[in-house]
Design a binder for this molecule. Structure first.
Ligand SMILES: [Zn+2]
Length: 160
């Protein structure tokens, strides 16, 4: 029916090359949250957790210093991200990025992850860094800071 085609960006180009670190308190909190929300590992559906984060640049990458939970709404175990929430936070703080967990399956960003990341960056007014973790702490981190134009081109070129 629809002729719209979503072209997934080539992730290799967008991987965040720096090191991602957490404060000790945040690291402990995330381990706890992963164990709670991902206890159904291997079963579908499982709940996701989703945070905006505040952070600092370090010599080697970034340090996450504060988490802001915006995963208040869930529908059929999927987190519903409210862009109004993102905007509210963005008026108060300089958002560095987002964090969420893929309880099952691959770390690869979903189509929804790409689309929401573009919207969140637009609202924040700068490209955000996006962290996805699995229940065991495996991590994929990406940002579009160097490649906004080519990203949009690639996403849309086959969309007609
Ligand atoms: Zn995701």
């Amino acid at each position: 029916m629809s002729s719209r085609v979503f072209v997934k960006p080539d992730m290799e180009k967008y991987l965040f090359k720096g090191e991602v670190r957490y404060t000790q308190a945040i690291d402990q909190h995330l381990k706890m949250m992963r164990s709670i929300f991902c206890k159904q590992k291997g079963k579908v559906p499982a709940e996701e957790i989703y945070y905006l984060f505040i952070g600092e640049r370090t010599d080697t990458g970034i340090l996450v210093t504060e988490l802001i939970d915006i995963s208040g709404q869930r529908q059929e175990s999927q987190v519903i991200i409210s862009l109004v929430d993102v905007e509210r936070v963005a008026t108060e703080k300089w958002i560095m990025g987002t964090y969420h967990v893929h309880p099952v399956g691959s770390l690869e960003p979903s189509r929804a992850d790409f689309l929401s990341s573009v919207a969140e960056s637009a609202i924040a007014g700068h490209p955000l860094i996006h962290i996805i973790e699995d229940p065991d702490g495996g991590k994929l981190t990406w940002d579009f800071s160097q490649c906004f134009t080519s990203l949009f081109y690639r996403m849309m070129k086959d969309a007609g």
